[in-house]
Design a protein around this ligand. Structure first.
Ligand code: 3HC
Length: 285
């Protein structure tokens, strides 16, 4: 099945990135948000990302204009009516995601593939909110979406071969490499990352080393581009807690117990870069 038009539900860090890379690859894109302020912020983020490419001489101004011209912002899911693929990138709340999938099932044509960018939640739970579970899969991007080369394609027990092939072809058209994962909590990457992150936070809480030294150790000793605490700030502490909780709920493995200090950070609104404070302070950047 040929995908021409792509819908993205949610225009936050991930949804905005997905809309951007899809439009850059030549797809027509419809990106939705729940209110005008968030939509403006999301589209503004895409614009400033592209502007940086123009300023660095990597993109012509007219290319940027063409990419922005392919992205239509909306506040209503009715505008997904002619999309061939819709990717949900809303917050990590299963009840909300089920509602979105039920709604998308109503407003999109029968052929439309419905995907979730969830970082860890059950895709089959979302699929069963629709009457087309064979056309539902996980298409999981990584942050920052324009930079990260991987997409996890997640197959449920109900996903058809055609849907998987269409998801893989879409990812390839974006220039990304895919891996195929079963529909288990955290798929591949976040299952591994959650152990690393929770261990690093516990070590910090137990005073094994400073946060800077833990991050430097992983950066220079394991050659990761950034340490796990800085990465938690990039991903968002709330998102990290949601992912680690999902893993614990599924596997009941103590390595996936959220370190208490991380939960306190969520309560205090220390969510990382997006709020200016997480493990590190970003207020002056
Ligand atoms: N959006 C778009 N492009 C960005 C970007 C962003 N938010 N941040 C960085 N870039 C690009 C820029 O093009 C920049 O090049 P430029 O300065 O020439 O324009 C290039 O990346 C390098 O950026 P910087 O020089 O500013 O900084 P770094 O070299 O330190 O790279 C990084 C930044 C790409 C974020 C790098 O540190 C990195 O790869 N970190 C690890 C990221 C990671 O692990 N992501 C996965 C998280 S897990 C996840 O997403 C799963 C989800 O389910 C939670």
């Amino acid at each position: 099945m040929e995908i021409k038009k792509v819908g993205v539900v949610g225009c936050g860090i991930m949804g905005g990135g997905i809309a951007q890379v899809a439009a850059q690859a030549g797809f027509e894109v419809v990106a939705s948000e729940i209110n005008e302020t968030l939509l403006k912020k999301g589209l503004g983020g895409i614009e400033s990302n592209l502007k940086r490419n123009v300023e660095k001489g990597r993109m012509k101004p007219e290319e940027m204009a063409a990419i922005m011209g392919r992205i239509k912002g909306t506040l209503t899911t009715k505008d997904f009516g002619d999309c061939d693929l819709v990717i949900e990138a809303a917050v990590e709340n299963m009840e909300l995601k089920k509602k979105i999938f039920a709604d998308l099932d109503q407003v999109t044509p029968k052929h439309t593939i419905l995907a979730s960018n969830t970082s860890s939640m059950s895709i089959i739970d979302m699929a069963m909110a629709t009457k087309r579970p064979d056309k539902v899969l996980g298409i999981h991007f990584f942050n920052p979406v324009p930079v990260m080369r991987l997409i996890e394609i997640v197959r449920t027990i109900a996903t058809s071969d055609e849907t998987i092939a269409a998801g893989q072809a879409f990812a390839k058209a974006l220039g990304k490499t895919t891996v195929l994962a079963k529909d288990t909590a955290g798929f591949i990457v976040n299952r591994i990352l959650s152990s690393l992150m929770a261990t690093a936070v516990r070590m910090y809480e137990n005073g094994v080393a400073s946060k800077e030294d833990i991050d430097t150790a992983v950066q220079l000793g394991l050659n990761h581009p950034m340490g796990p605490l800085a990465l938690a700030d990039l991903v968002g502490i709330d998102t990290c807690v949601a992912i680690i909780d999902t893993l614990y709920n599924e596997f009941k493995d103590p390595q996936y117990i959220v370190p208490p200090g991380m939960r306190d950070m969520v309560t205090a609104g220390y969510l990382g870069r997006k709020t200016g404070k997480g493990f590190y302070d970003y207020s002056k950047q």
